[in-house]
Design a protein around this ligand. Structure first.
Ligand SMILES: Cc1ncc(COP(=O)(O)O)c(C=O)c1O
Length: 430
């Protein structure tokens, strides 16, 4: 029998990550080696590394862990379902119950399809929109991130050289993909309305994050999108991967009172299990019905793990906790404390910061000008923001850019965070 391997030390993990995994587990976020965190476990708002060091975690797994790590009710639901089987590929009760629950809470949801990542969910939503409308093009916003599929890689983080022609934020994307994508500027009413109306005959959908990264929509912007798309025969898709179940049980559509035709969601739904989805009007979702003959005219949809009961059980438990009275008030109160603490810490040092974001999501930008779009973000001091996050990590507070606040963050966590933030603001000055 093979000898059990000795547990890996932190340095082994770092070396092997470079050798075997091109550096990171999940994506683009990487701390320098001296600060890199190798997670051993998480509990509530805290993450522990291999050496037992405790961090106050505002990454929350890049957003999903809204209830805090290893929430006992979610753990129990997963364990219970795992003992009955982890995937079936056919209809099962937890998945249907979760769809029922989503239809109850999400304003746009008449029907739901599940997927496993945000990338898949937005890819399918765009495909359904093209099939439903019979039109080829998509309008997205510069700086709007919708996952790393080909359309998603058009101006996900940057502005195009010339609006509305998209440019790529990744190599390896076939150049023709840009022919069917129109790029507009976030919060630019006249450019966006004009592009939608001029391209209505070819435009299947407008997709946006209802809060683009941490850039809140200007007053009336989402309502304008709703009205103009509706009158132009174009679908409106809210990518609620970040805002879904976090801004309210019904997501940003509930918080802002604007209901899209389709919404994609994930992250906070399961407190960290790989399940996302697409919800919307029944007549649109139905274009993803199984195809009875090929070549297909409907929207092909299907992945091995869609509708996975293990994830669905976690989702039901998560929504159960989120549905309790007072949950969102507590989240807002904790986030308010954090915002006020950061503002005070900066003001005490005479440093101008702007706190972007809404709901339980905060981003610290070092800028005096109001930031409403990618160009505004670009003019902020991003080098200082980068140094600030490293200084936070050095002192045991983790954020990869956004500070995601969880239900588990306590007042003590916030107080400790504000002390660290004050030191990190000072240490990040050059
Ligand atoms: C708004 C939005 N859409 C889509 C995605 C992609 O999700 P995933 O990383 O699960 O593919 C993300 C991920 O951060 C996101 O924030």
């Amino acid at each position: 029998m093979e000898e059990p391997r000795p547990p890996l030390e932190r340095d082994d993990v770092l070396r092997l990550a470079h050798e075997l995994m091109a550096g990171t587990v999940s994506g683009q976020f990487r701390l320098p080696d001296d600060l890199a965190v190798v997670a051993a476990s998480g509990s509530g708002a805290h993450l522990y590394d291999l050496d037992g060091r405790r961090y106050i975690d505002y990454m929350l797994g890049s957003g999903p862990v809204l209830l805090g790590h290893a929430h006992p009710e979610v753990v129990a639901a997963i364990v219970e379902q795992a003992a009955r089987g982890s995937t079936f590929y056919v209809l099962n009760s937890p998945t249907i119950e979760l769809a029922q629950r989503i239809v109850e809470v999400m304003p746009c949801a008449q029907q739901v399809k599940f997927a496993s990542s945000g990338l898949e969910a937005t890819l399918y939503a765009l495909r359904m929109a093209r099939v439903f409308t019979g039109k080829p093009k998509i309008l997205k916003f510069a700086g709007g991130f919708h996952g790393s599929h080909d359309v998603g890689m058009i101006n996900a983080f940057t502005e195009p050289v010339q609006y509305p022609c998209g440019t790529f934020d990744s190599g390896g994307v076939p150049s023709g993909v840009a022919d069917d994508v129109i790029v507009s500027r976030w919060n630019d009413f006249s450019m966006t309305e004009d592009l939608i109306r001029r391209n209505a005959g070819e435009l299947a959908a407008v997709i946006c994050e209802p809060m683009q990264r941490c850039l809140v929509a200007a007053p009336g912007f989402l309502r304008m999108l709703r009205a103009v798309t509706a009158s132009a025969g174009v679908l409106l898709i809210f990518d609620e991967m970040v805002t879904g179940f976090r801004f309210a049980l019904g997501g940003a559509q509930e918080r802002y009172g604007v209901v899209p035709d389709l919404a994609t969601f994930g992250k906070a739904l399961t407190n960290g299990m790989p399940m996302t989805g697409i919800a919307g009007a029944a007549e649109i979702i139905e274009v993803a019905q199984p195809q009875s003959s090929l070549p297909a005219s409907g929207a092909y949809y299907g992945n091995t793990l869609n509708g996975n009961p293990l994830c669905a059980a976690a989702g039901l438990a998560t929504l159960g906790v989120l549905s309790r009275p007072g949950t969102y008030d507590r989240l807002e109160a904790t986030t308010g404390e954090l915002r006020r603490g950061i503002e005070r810490a900066a003001a005490d040092q005479g440093v101008v910061v702007q706190l972007l974001g809404d709901g339980p999501v905060v981003q610290v930008a070092f800028a005096e000008h109001p930031i409403g779009d990618v160009a505004g973000l670009k003019r902020a001091d991003s080098a200082r923001a980068g140094r600030f996050l490293l200084e936070c990590a050095r002192r045991g507070v983790l954020s990869s850019g956004k500070f995601y606040v969880s239900v588990a963050h306590s007042n003590d966590d916030v107080d400790e965070t504000v002390e660290v933030v004050a030191e990190a603001i000072a240490a990040s000055a050059v």
